[in-house]
Design a protein around this ligand. Structure first.
Ligand SMILES: [Cu+2]
Length: 137
């Protein structure tokens, strides 16, 4: 009788332990999957980015965007804001090569994209009055 009770408790203990181990394995597996996924989706050109968003804020100076040249890393998301010094049609921000054309009404509005090719690309207002260079490296 005592023996059978011990056995029952023992079985429960083993079951609990097994459950805990399975949960730990699951967490580790999911964690490893989440960490590895960006490398897989980025392909061979991915340089092992941190996954952070590259945030850039442009101002208006000398009748153009300032800074006039911005440099970003390839395959990492880029977010571009226009501060309150930027007005008029300069607020309709355009990067043709990445299919971006958006009217950023407030300094909190932004365009977001992930450059998947290296090179120099033109950014401008929708009418092409203000222009600058986006360098992807
Ligand atoms: Cu314009």
């Amino acid at each position: 009788m005592v023996h059978s009770l011990w056995t029952k408790e023992h079985i429960i203990l083993v079951k609990n332990w097994f459950t805990v181990v399975m949960i730990i394995l699951l967490v580790v597996a999911v964690g490893a999957f989440l960490i590895k996924t960006p490398t897989i989706s980025g392909g061979a050109v991915n340089e092992g980015g941190s996954g952070d968003i590259q945030k850039i804020t442009l101002s208006y100076k000398n009748y153009n965007y300032y800074p006039n040249t911005i440099t970003v890393k390839v395959n990492e998301p880029v977010r571009i804001y226009l501060d309150k010094s930027v007005g008029g049609c300069y607020r309709s921000f355009t990067i043709r090569d990445f299919g971006i054309s958006k009217n950023l009404r407030t300094p909190e509005d932004y365009v977001e994209f992930t450059p998947t090719k290296k090179g120099s690309f033109v950014f401008s207002c929708s009418m092409g009055m203000g222009t600058g260079t986006l360098v992807v490296e």
